[in-house]
Ligand binder design. Sequence first.
Ligand code: NAD
Ligand code: IPM
Ligand code: MN
Length: 351
Amino acid sequence: MPKIVILPGDGIGPEVTAAAVEVLREVAPDVTFEEHAIGGGAYDQYGDPLPPITRDALADADAVLLGTVGGAHNSPWNLLPRPLRPESGLLALRKLLGCYANLRPVRVQPGLEHLSPLKPELARGVDILIVRELLGGVYFDQDRKIEGDTAYNTMRYTTAEVERVAKVAFWAAEQRRGRVTSVDKANVLEVSELWRRDVTALRDRDYRNIHLNHEYVDSVAMLIVSDPSRYDVIVTENLFGDILSDLAAVIPGSLGLMPSASLGDGAGLFEPIHGSAPDIAGKGIANPAAAIMSAGMLLRHGLKRSDAANQIDRAVALALREHPTPDLGGKADTKTFTRAVLNAMGSPSVG
Ligand code: NAD
Ligand code: IPM
Ligand code: MN
């Protein structure tokens, strides 16, 4: 029996994760769940945003489903020493699991173009996969400091780090439309010069069937929302990928429609890309679609159950048509939307 570790986290995390677990129970009744603390709540309970009890549970997990971590801008958590803050728990989790490739699909399902603020002809048929490097760059480099009136972080990558994430992007493109856009800032940054050189060399060596092009991140920020259909797979470093994927959420219509899968050395980590949404936490109106679709990615990539994953994607699309949540201009609350997903899967109403 596969074991899934559930880490609901902070803010709307528990609300959207509960919805995803309900859906998982329906399509994968043989799976066992074990719930643990992470983030600000874990700090409050254990004095550690990724406590030993949570770490221990990961050892024999087949996959991990995460909600969100973090508090509002005025949260006392933000005054803690950086290693004790909620976000550090998440970064430590990614590191522990060795999840270096973060897959963030951006899709406009047929019939859901009206949820996008873009013109329907621009939104129609968009199907982009952002592959974000997740364990390197400014996020993790230890050459960092804040002291007096000076602070710095270091963006550093090695060829090995670039190659392993680029391989995932090329592999994904082989199953898709065969195109990879590598995004960098090679006109200014040495680290991008290395990135571009290594991605190109890997393509020339092992992936000659893939069409590779390079674009600058500032230009991509404009083109991804003005001409999204030009992209198939995008591969980029950690911070650029973080920013571009929130921007890309505009295309389907909400951050609440952006799931992700983080893959690497061991068990995969599956999480919506949005944060803890302190402005709506506890109101029961969060859009759980991203968390539910992340559960779908867990089935597809973590447990190799594509049929169940497809079933979830279809049901979410149907529910979005009939019962959009407030972030999409609709009225459905979290429970109503979740029930609509369960109903669309042909199961009786639960909860
Ligand atoms: P956010 O993603 O939490 O919220 C941005 C806006 O999008 C808010 O208006 C919010 O209400 C809305 N939103 C987000 N998800 C939604 C959903 N599922 N349904 C409806 N509306 C949704 O970003 P933020 O406000 O910048 O960050 C809040 C906290 O979350 C911070 O502490 C930040 O560090 C943390 N964060 C965590 C993660 C994560 O756990 N992976 C990701 C991003 C931010
Ligand atoms: C995300 C989040 C995280 C990141 C934060 C909360 C550490 O923004 O998952 O996109 O920057 O990776
Ligand atoms: Mn982010």
